[in-house]
Design a protein. Structure first.
Length: 215
């Protein structure tokens, strides 16, 4: 798996731009011919920017590491985000991560074919996080459809009336972002089936799995 290989290359002092190039190189070596979008690589405070563009910012011990990337295969896109910790996370980092993960799990349990109001799923997730954090800390929608384009119908955001139907592929990606601190986002891509929901993103996301050894 590309993600597993590249995170093993995270070392003290590596820059976001260089690491983004490493991701692209690994994808191409794996046979990928086109990206779904340019990788988002954000270290430390850079992760406070939802759509962060990689900079010369260098990785330091204690940083969060947000990686968001996807490819296209046979014309169809993929999308995932994982947030890691470079070394043991501080208490605040671990707590926010746990809350974002719990919010995602709550949303995943609400998904089912025939749901006629995607805004309700977004609202439930946003309300859970809103009891603990400022509403502005979760500034984007809960998720979106994925297909031949990286952002498609349906949308899971406030006031969305979109309907979930069998064979739809969507993302579920709650996140919390704080200026001068950083951010945490966890994104899985799932397929809605007639009777259940299948998570297509197999990379682990429990806290223990996202703590990286310092190199």
């Amino acid at each position: 798996m590309v993600l597993r290989r590249v995170i093993n290359k995270l070392t003290i002092g590596i820059g976001e731009v260089k690491f983004s190039k490493l991701i692209i190189s690994e994808l191409k070596q794996g046979g990928v011919k086109a990206l779904a979008f340019e990788p988002i690589v954000a270290f430390g405070q850079g992760a406070a920017d939802v759509h962060h563009v990689p900079t010369k910012n260098k990785l330091q011990i204690g940083d969060t590491v947000m990686l968001d990337f996807g490819t296209t295969i046979n014309g169809y896109c993929s999308d995932m985000t994982r947030t890691f910790f470079f070394g043991e996370p501080a208490k605040r980092q671990a707590k926010i991560y746990a809350d974002v993960l719990q919010a995602q799990e709550l949303a995943l349990k609400k998904l089912k074919a025939g749901h006629r109001n995607c805004g309700e799923i977004d609202y439930a997730t946003r309300s859970y996080l809103g009891k603990k954090y400022p509403r502005r800390a979760f500034p984007h929608g809960l998720g979106h459809g994925v297909g031949t384009a990286i952002h498609e119908w349906p949308t899971l955001k406030p006031n969305s009336k979109d309907i979930l139907k069998p064979n739809m592929i969507i993302t579920i990606e709650p996140g919390l972002y704080f200026k001068n601190w950083g951010g945490i986002r966890i994104e899985d891509m799932v397929v809605i089936t007639k009777h259940n929901v299948t998570d297509l993103t197999k990379f682990p996301k429990d806290l223990k799995s996202v703590i990286l050894k310092i190199k």
